[in-house]
Design a protein around this ligand. Structure first.
Ligand code: NDP
Length: 283
């Protein structure tokens, strides 16, 4: 049986570390505030937003909640972001995605001041990550690196295969693995011989968005498997992009779903709020 990489425990450890950093900043007179903007009332988004508020309360970050109606115009949203960009008591701005279809997500993300872009999606932060400059890093990919490092998995020199090339998971995680000196291959829907490519991996990161797609045929014996996917099955239970039961005897370590990558995203968001304070001080 593979080692289970416990995202719940590791994320709790990170949140406790952030709590201490927040207390130190408070003692120096620096309060931290995170603005979370939700447009519309998509139930899944509401759950995520509530979890973010709870995490803020735990670590001592003030959360400023903006719950806007579905019919909010792009101009109204942009003007709120502009106000928050100039508000000293707001250090981080997060716009919960997806946005209603009449609002252009790229325009909205790029309106956020890069120094307050705690999701790390702004083109300046994406570019900084690409060329190895400092900046705010997307939370899920940063969480994946923490899961590996804190579980004692060495990345340097390892064959890393990332399945998926989205801007929020696949691409940034590939860049971070490269930054940690992994040898990285990025696979996607046009990749030929995907099973063969995946079987090269010492570290396999799966972010395809297809329930249980990755079975034992894709896994090299002893590989470390990070499953980013999250899906609700018909029986109400959650599963990932990896068929956990099928691969668990073959791989060396694996993240479960739930309790793997999922909890790391919010922990790293809290960490990014403290990073944003540092970035603002440098600007
Ligand atoms: P996207 O749908 O944006 O990207 C999916 C990627 O997988 C694309 O690059 C696509 O390739 C590739 N892909 C799709 N089908 C195949 C296939 N058959 N073979 C090879 N590659 C394929 O998804 P995200 O990156 O946003 O999310 C991925 C998963 O992670 C989802 O299940 C999502 O719910 C979950 N997620 C979990 C988070 C967490 O906190 N735990 C956070 C974010 C996401 P192409 O580019 O060619 O289309």
């Amino acid at each position: 049986m593979a080692q289970i990489i416990d995202g719940k425990a590791i994320s709790a450890q990170i949140k406790d570390e952030v709590k201490e950093k927040v207390a130190v900043l408070k003692a120096q007179g620096q309060e931290i505030g995170l603005a979370v903007i939700q447009v519309g009332s998509d139930p899944a988004s509401s759950v995520y937003v509530n979890n973010k508020k709870k995490a803020c309360a735990y670590v001592g970050i003030r959360s400023l909640a903006y719950e806007l109606p579905e019919e909010t115009t792009q101009e109204e949203l942009l003007s709120l972001i502009e106000r928050l960009n100039h508000m000293p008591e707001c250090n981080g701005i997060l716009v919960q995605l997806p946005l209603p279809s009449h609002i252009n997500e790229e325009t909205v993300i790029d309106a956020i001041s890069p120094a307050k872009d705690v999701d790390g999606f702004h083109q300046d932060n994406a570019g900084a990550l690409c060329i190895g400059r400092s900046g705010l890093v997307p939370c899920t990919p940063a969480g994946i690196i923490q899961l590996l490092v804190r579980s004692g998995v060495e990345i340097a020199g390892k064959e890393c295969v990332v399945v998926g090339r989205s801007n929020i998971v696949g691409k940034p995680v590939a860049l971070l693995l490269m930054r940690e000196n992994g040898t990285v291959t990025v696979a996607h829907s046009k990749t030929r011989n995907l099973k063969e490519v995946c079987r090269r991996a010492d570290i396999l990161v799966v972010a395809v968005g297809k329930p249980k797609m990755i079975n034992r045929d894709y896994i090299k014996e002893g590989a470390v498997v990070i499953d980013v996917g999250i899906h609700r099955m018909e029986n109400g239970k959650l599963c990932g992009d990896v068929d956990f039961e099928d691969v668990k005897e073959l791989c060396g370590a694996i993240t479960p779903v739930p309790g793997g990558v999922g909890p790391m995203t919010i922990a790293m968001l809290m960490n990014n709020c403290t990073e944003a304070v540092k970035v603002s001080a440098e600007v």
